[in-house]
Design a protein around this ligand. Structure first.
Ligand code: NDP
Length: 392
């Protein structure tokens, strides 16, 4: 019998929903790159339900208790007196979502003596110190592909809303005004603009595909070039380095994982190389940008706007400057946890747990760290400081 510790975000302020806005969600079985959506043997929830908050329990309680395991679910994750720290020393499996990350730094990993599996219900395992996980022989897995489209749709929405000045215009409507000039003094068309992505993995490529019909010029920077066919189909301009790309872009969207190579990639110096009036949309990870350099750039007008849904730390404190800086289109970290995305990543979490308990290998695509090294998707997309992995 194992103790499974699961950290989830709190229920809605008005309580766990009794009804939903829609009765069903489309059933997506295969992703764009041919990867199949999760295939657990069974699920104990109805797709479209709220599963990512504490009462939703990722739909796992019946399954895990049925196997005789102890299943602890909490949102109390910070500080030495938290529920999370209390259960940490004897948890064998920790499940957490990037939206409400149970940070597993070196100290916590040293304390988690029984930990064997750190499972990210979602995508992005940077809240786990991968070097320490490697050192302690902890397996790290995430549900690769499960919410890539959820995030790319959010990024496209943010690009359009920044460029067209949607949020301030909506505020005028709500306030009872009819201030057309106020709404449009910062409103442009995206058509004809240069839009570039940092990284063209699942999310980056999906954003490029979704922006293509807007008749923009598409650019990308990546460590590995896409195929000639993909470049031609989308009319992509490839850049060997980020600097060259940002110089020519009106909109830059960031879609790389957070690891030593991408940490503070967008600092003062990089932002200076961007065109005056450019926009940044970052739904990847906050620490890829230097927080205060972003604030200064929107305040000075060098950047015309910044939007995203990722913050450091999470939850962001009430006085985080990105909440109130000018021309921001921030949301809490929500893009990857739409009800549609949840249905897939909870099914993927179930699939990984079934594999784990039945002694079957976890899909390569889902593995980040295994056997004391970066493996699977982890070996492709991440680096740790000691050793640089660059195979593809
Ligand atoms: P993928 O693994 O499909 O793609 C990541 C890509 O990043 C890979 O193609 C990799 O390319 C590239 N990459 C890694 N390092 C660099 C670098 N230094 N420079 C340029 N490219 C780099 O992941 P996804 O697209 O699904 O997700 C990307 C990230 O988005 C996640 O790691 C996560 O942090 C974030 N995310 C955010 C969510 C949200 O709710 N806001 C939800 C889901 C994900 P290569 O190895 O070929 O260089």
């Amino acid at each position: 019998m194992a103790k499974i510790l699961c950290v989830l975000y709190p229920d809605p302020v008005n309580g766990y929903p009794k009804t939903y806005a829609r009765d069903e969600i489309p059933n997506i079985t295969v992703y764009d790159n041919g990867q199949t959506a999760p295939t657990p043997k069974a699920i104990d929830f109805k797709p479209g339900e709220l599963l990512g908050s504490v009462s939703g329990e990722l739909g796992l309680r019946k399954y895990l208790e049925g196997l005789g395991h102890e299943f602890i679910v909490t949102s109390d994750k910070e500080g030495p007196d938290s529920e999370f720290e209390k259960h940490l020393p004897d948890a064998e499996i920790i499940i957490s979502q990037p939206f409400w990350p149970a940070y597993l730094g070196p100290e916590r990993l040293a304390k988690a003596k029984k930990l064997k599996l750190a499972l990210t219900a979602g995508i992005g395992s940077d809240h786990v110190d991968l070097e320490s996980a490697i050192k302690h022989g902890v397996t790290v897995a995430e549900v690769t592909g499960s919410n890539s489209i959820s995030v790319s749709e959010h990024a496209v929405m943010m690009i359009l809303s920044l460029v067209r000045n949607y949020i301030p215009a909506h505020e005028w409507a709500e306030k009872g005004g009819w201030n057309i000039a106020d709404c449009v003094e910062r409103s442009y068309d995206v058509e004809g603009m240069h839009v570039g992505t940092v990284a063209a993995g699942r999310i980056g490529l999906a954003i490029l595909k979704r922006m293509k019909p807007f008749d923009v010029h598409l650019h990308y920077y990546a460590r590995h070039r896409l195929s000639k066919e993909e470049e031609e189909e989308l009319g992509l301009t490839f850049h060997e380095n980020v600097e060259d790309m940002v110089k020519v872009c009106d909109v830059v969207t960031i879609n790389a994982p957070l690891h030593p190579e991408t940490h503070h990639m967008f600092d003062e110096a990089m932002i200076k190389k961007m065109k005056r009036g450019a926009y940044i949309v970052n739904t990847a990870r906050a620490e890829i940008c230097d927080r205060d350099a972003i604030v200064r750039a929107v305040e000075s007008g060098h950047l015309a706007g910044y939007a995203g849904d990722v913050w450091n730390p999470q939850p962001a404190p009430a006085d985080h400057p990105w909440r109130t800086m000018p021309w921001n289109g921030m949301t809490p970290h929500m893009s990857g946890t739409s009800l549609s995305g949840q249905a897939r990543y909870t099914a993927g979490t179930r699939e990984i747990l079934e594999c784990w308990f039945e002694g079957r290998p976890i899909r390569e695509d889902y593995v980040i760290v295994d056997g004391g090294k970066l493996a699977g998707t982890g070996a492709l997309s991440y680096t740790v400081l000691e050793h640089h992995h660059h195979h593809h």
